[in-house]
Design a protein around this ligand. Structure first.
Ligand code: NAG
Ligand code: NAG
Ligand code: NAG
Ligand code: NAG
Ligand code: NAG
Ligand code: NAG
Ligand code: NAG
Length: 553
């Protein structure tokens, strides 16, 4: 029986190979709000951040695993791209750019890291920092991973604060001319490197000097410099206030000499709003902050510009209420807006961060040793967001609706062909739904609709679709509760996940009052519009049924 499982996976991977292996044909460009390849098909950037901007100026982790192991791992986790960070001075300051990896680490007393790199990546030690950076990019290329070069800071080190001298044009370490020099060097160095698809001009502009006039003046200059050095790359522009705010763009467009290459980037963490998620009612907070993000950045999509959520992420240990509620909300937005994104972060640990050797990174998808996943379930809910839901070339299907459950990254689908009950399952194996103007949730192109049967009971598919038990409203400030209009005496019932963690039931709606000490996440669903190809959907939805049968046998 084991054999059948293996051959099933083999078939599945072959199948997937044919459906998803068509690597983007570069260069990328923009077409209204989408990033597209040479043929005009959408390329959804599903990136992970990989820092190389701290004091050693070396991509993290190279003492833990071989470079090839790490870059292969990035691809096998489903990320198609890395946002690789760099510090300006690595390329503009001769006394830094001439350092070898070994010298750079020696200067920081990182002898343990030198020993570890000697074991895992001996060929890197004698390279200059820039050569080592190039080696990382080319290893990513060998494994089909695209790269965004992110100018993260000027003076190498942990980023970012309002007073670190790296925040805005004119700060102690942030001379606009040196910055332009750095951008030009980096752009020309990777001109013709096919997997370098974008350059972000500067991470998290911030601090007391920030102002709109200088933003336009210097960002337009920086954009021209990058484009002149490498006309193929997407030019990615950060907002102000730690990249939380692009609202000033309503005043004037960014004027550059080239077209279809500009992308804007946004950062959004739980702590971008302090302790709001923990201290408020989760529905109110999700509604309010989503509205803010729409006003500060989301409006760009409607205006026809791509928006890259280039940093978001959570403490992967779970159990942090501020992060957990934020995640359910932001993942719903990511799916609904179908944004391009870059998760913070890949690294399980650092050579040196803020004076601490080998610091553990709890936001990392990899564990401290860069070997195991830090948290498989946290990673799988990110993986649900990797494929595009819609956009040019995704398919020629008319849009349908999926019922997405952000806190698990799963979608609502039929339990089996024969049963009327529903469960959570992979979104790439989803049902196509239609949310009708009468507020019924119909299985598309069938006469079956979703029905509430009572508190604690499974929600079922039925064929009487006009009564109150088959009407559903999106309620609460978050609009993420799917509530049955069949209220009865028990108060309103909401779609929920059963105690088995899988079956779809209805339960009394949670956290609708202003209460703060409640967690609505299991009842948070998002109706997301999708056009993912039926060609890949049909075989994929049939295979798992067979698979279940094999497993039972
Ligand atoms: C270049 O880097 C060295 C070493 O960090 C530093 O001492 C020097 O001041 C830097 N030079 C410039 C022009 O920033
Ligand atoms: C490295 O160690 C030496 C000797 O212990 C010390 O003098 C120096 O300050 C250390 N350098 C750094 C960057 O920590
Ligand atoms: C690196 O350079 C040092 C000194 O120049 C040399 O002894 C060593 O063999 C070199 N290591 C490698 C792997 O090339
Ligand atoms: C970039 O590469 C293209 C060809 O690949 C070349 O025509 C162009 O001159 C290069 N630009 C710079 C600034 O090196
Ligand atoms: C961009 O160009 C438009 C039209 O020429 C002009 O009105 C606007 O002021 C310019 N904006 C900037 C920031 O230069
Ligand atoms: C993994 O993440 C999930 C979701 O946040 C959390 O519930 C769980 O406790 C985490 N597990 C571990 C081992 O960190
Ligand atoms: C579908 O989802 C499952 C579970 O999330 C995953 O293992 C599989 O690789 C996915 N397939 C595709 C085509 O993304």
């Amino acid at each position: 029986m084991r054999r059948a499982c293996y051959s099933f996976y083999l078939c599945l991977s072959l199948l997937l190979f044919f459906f998803v292996s068509d690597v983007a044909s570069v260069p990328l460009s923009t077409s209204s709000r989408w990033i597209v390849d040479k043929e005009g098909r959408r390329v959804k950037l599903a990136c992970v951040n990989w820092p190389s901007h701290l004091e050693p100026m070396l991509a993290e982790g190279l003492g833990k695993q071989t470079l090839d192991t790490i870059t292969k791992r990035v691809g096998s986790m489903g990320f198609n791209c890395v946002r690789l960070t760099w510090a300006t001075f690595m390329v503009t300051n001769e006394s830094l750019s001439s350092l070898t990896v070994q010298q750079s680490l020696e200067a920081l007393n990182l002898s343990e890291s030198i020993g570890a790199i000697q074991v895992n990546n001996p060929s890197l030690l004698n390279l200059t920092l820039i050569q080592a950076f190039e080696a990382v990019v080319s290893s990513l290329r060998d494994n089909n991973v695209m790269v965004i070069l992110d100018n993260h800071i000027s003076k190498p080190g942990w980023c970012c604060s309002n007073s670190d001298g790296n925040g805005f044009f004119g700060d102690k370490y942030f001379d606009p001319d040196v910055w332009i020099q750095g951008l030009t060097k980096m752009a020309t160095m990777f001109n013709g490197t096919s997997n370098v698809v974008g350059m972000s001009l500067r991470n998290e502009l911030r601090g007391p000097k920030q102002n709109v006039d200088d933003w336009y003046r210097y960002m337009q200059k920086g954009a021209e410099a990058v484009h002149a050095g490498n006309p193929d790359v997407l030019v990615i522009l950060s907002g102000m206030s730690f990249d939380n705010d692009l609202s000033f763009l309503t005043r004037s467009p960014v004027n550059v000499s080239f077209s279809n290459k500009l992308v804007f980037e946004l950062h959004w963490y739980s702590f971008s709003d302090g302790e709001a998620w923990r201290s408020g009612n989760a529905n109110d907070v999700c509604g309010r902050i989503t509205g803010n993000v729409e006003r500060k950045a989301g409006f760009l999509l409607d205006g026809g510009s791509p928006l890259l959520l280039s940093e978001f992420g959570v403490d992967n240990r779970g159990g942090n209420a501020n992060d957990d509620r934020y995640f359910g909300c932001v993942a719903g937005v990511l799916a609904d807006w179908d944004l391009d994104w870059a998760l913070w972060t890949l690294q399980g640990s650092y050579y040196l961060r803020q004076g601490v050797f080998g610091l553990d990174e709890v936001y990392g998808v990899l564990g401290w040793d860069w070997c195991k996943d830090r948290n498989t379930s946290a990673l799988s809910r990110i993986q649900a967001l990797q494929p595009p839901f819609q956009g040019p070339g995704v398919s020629n299907l008319p849009p349908y609706t999926i019922i997405f459950h952000p806190s698990t990254g799963l979608c609502v689908l039929k339990k089996s062909l024969m049963e009327p009950t529903l469960e959570l399952g992979p979104c790439n194996n989803t049902e196509a739904w239609t949310y009708t103007s009468q507020h019924a949730l119909m299985l598309k192109d069938t006469l079956l609709c979703l029905k509430a049967e009572g508190s604690g009971k499974p929600a079922k598919l039925g064929i009487v679709c006009t009564d109150s038990s088959s009407k559903w409203e999106l309620i609460s400030d978050s609009k993420m509760h799917i509530s049955s209009c069949n209220n009865g005496a028990a108060g309103s019932l909401c779609l929920d996940v059963g105690t088995d963690g899988r079956s779809i039931v209805t339960n009394p709606c949670e956290c609708l009052s202003r209460r703060q000490d409640c967690d609505p996440e299991s009842q948070w669903f998002r109706l997301v519009s999708s056009t993912r190809s039926i060609a890949s959907r049909i075989p994929l939805r049939q295979l798992p049924h067979q698979f279940r049968r094999w497993k039972i046998m």
